[in-house]
Write a protein that binds this ligand. Structure first.
Ligand code: ADP
Ligand code: MG
Ligand code: ZN
Length: 477
């Protein structure tokens, strides 16, 4: 049987973090009473003229610089003509032939480079709201600034597509270009998917999948689509070029429209907007103003702070998390690696079960670092740590930082002095003479057993290191 290879290219729309819309001064905001954040420009009333928002340009340029693109000294806005109820002008203003950024790339975690074709600016459309009494149109979103980032078909699996999207999201969020919230739709991804027999150069017929609003959906939808296309070809059928939707509930892609139904958009330069010229000195200043990007941050974590690759990648994946981590460990670099591991395992486990939002966790970083330090220093046993974290995360009345302090006070102190540990250990040794003999015959792996017994006798509130040291002294370690 022939083996197949998938070919994937992503088109990502990112909503820019500006206060106002792209061509008018209406506020960009989620929610709000329908049709209250509108004006003659974004309502498309005759005679209203668009004026480009300078902040939009700055953010698009940052996106381009962050992805290694060549920023174009001149770019041009065009009209993409189509009829839809949520598009009052009858056209969308976008950039077609001359976009603001060209030819970038992303380096994925495994070192693979995936190329970016272009980044262009465009306006979002409004929203159609389908209800029992018919469909209504809300134009609050009309004119919201977007960048569309179009990737080359360089990706070869669903996992690679997810890695690309993660990398891109990390860069955009770090640069303050976009909030990166996929559930709320401020970062949206369409995936173009085709398959071809391994070894064939020519691409197969592609399908474009829309409507994916999480990393999980992107992975599942692409995986499903690859299997579907390979199945079709194996059955002697053909893949049809079309747009498909991801149906999350049924976990399958569904046909939305075929290529024949696709519109001819009749692009032409928008006569209301002059070409956008960028001043070289301004552009140089933008280039000099970039913060540390996720790839550099990850390398620094591994080299300067001795984090392993997986932990470093996990921290960097959510820029807010990395920023809070950096602030917390600035004064305690020696604790950085154990603290990162502590966040990724124990804290993450609690977070997944609780309703605590990220900003609260960021505010609690110093308290979390202190907790980790105590645990590492033996002032908290494993059991005490788990209970403390559980209690703090489940305490709805306090902020996380306060809840941690409160739970720490409740937890009390571990038993760590020999005077208190010795009688308990003696009791354990008397209870297990056979194990003592084996230990003395060289089975040092029984250390854990003895420590566990003492721990149990003390209700989990003992210093494991102190017990280990005492045991070695008593039995000759
Ligand atoms: P449009 O969708 O507007 O027709 P393009 O033809 O330039 O635009 O393609 C858009 C996206 O489709 C790009 O992200 C590109 O990487 C991807 N793509 C193009 N051809 C293929 C293919 N055969 N298989 C998978 N993806 C493809
Ligand atoms: Mg497309
Ligand atoms: Zn407006």
């Amino acid at each position: 049987m022939t083996s197949f290879e998938a070919v994937i290219g992503l088109e990502v729309h990112a909503q820019l973090l500006t206060a106002s819309k792209i061509f008018c001064s209406c506020a960009v905001s989620v929610g709000g009473e329908p049709n209250t954040r509108t004006c003659p420009v974004c309502l498309g009333l005759p005679g209203a003229l668009p004026v480009l928002n300078a902040e939009v340009v700055r953010l698009a340029v940052r996106a381009g610089l962050g992805t290694g693109c060549a920023i174009q000294p001149t770019s041009v806005f065009a009209r993409k003509n189509y009829f839809y109820p949520d598009l009052p002008k009858g056209y969308q203003i976008t950039q077609a032939e001359l976009p603001i950024c060209l030819d970038g790339q992303l380096t994925l975690d495994d070192g693979k480079v995936a190329r970016i074709q272009r980044i262009h600016l465009e306006e979002d459309a409004g929203k159609s709201i389908h209800g029992d009494s018919g469909t209504r149109v809300d134009l609050n979103r009309a004119g919201t600034p977007l960048v569309e980032i179009v990737g080359h078909p360089d990706l070869r699996s669903a996992d690679e597509a997810v890695a690309y999207l993660r990398e891109l999201r990390g860069i955009l969020v770090t640069l303050g270009v976009c909030d990166g919230n996929m559930e709320e739709g401020s970062l949206r991804c369409d995936a173009n998917v085709s398959v071809r027999p391994l070894g064939q150069d020519a691409f197969g017929t592609r399908v474009e999948i829309k409507n994916m609003n999480s990393f999980r959906s992107v992975r599942d939808a692409i995986g499903y689509e690859i299997d579907r296309q390979v199945g079709l070809i194996a059955d002697g059928a053909r893949v049809v070029q079309e747009t498909r939707l991801w149906n999350m509930d049924l976990a399958r892609t569904e046909s939305m429209r075929s290529k024949e139904e696709a519109a001819d958009y009749r692009y032409f330069p928008d006569p209301d907007l002059p070409p956008l010229h960028l001043d070289p000195a301004w552009l140089a200043a933008q280039r000099a103003d970039l913060p540390e990007l996720p790839a550099a941050r990850k390398a620094r974590y591994q080299q300067a702070l001795a984090l392993d690759a997986r932990t470093a990648a996990w921290l960097v994946e959510e820029p807010a998390r990395a920023v809070a981590f950096d602030q917390a460990v600035a004064e305690a670099p020696a604790l950085a690696a154990p603290f990162a591991a502590f966040l990724m395992t124990q804290v993450q486990a609690q977070l997944q079960r609780s309703a605590r939002p990220w900003p609260e966790l960021a505010a609690a970083m110093p308290a979390l670092l202190a907790t980790c330090g105590k645990w590492r220093g033996g002032q908290l046993s494993n059991k005490m740590l788990t209970e403390l974290l559980q209690a703090a995360f489940a305490d709805p009345a306090r902020t996380l930082a306060d809840a941690l302090a409160h739970a720490a006070a409740q937890a009390g102190a571990v038993v760590s002095d020999d005077g208190a540990l010795e009688p308990v250990l003696d009791g354990v040794l008397a209870q297990f003479p056979a194990e003592v003999a084996k230990y003395q015959a060289g089975q040092r792996q029984l250390t854990g057993f003895f420590v566990g017994q003492v721990m149990r006798a003390l209700g989990g509130k003992a210093d494991a290191k102190a017990i280990t040291a005492l045991l070695a002294r008593k039995l000759g370690g």
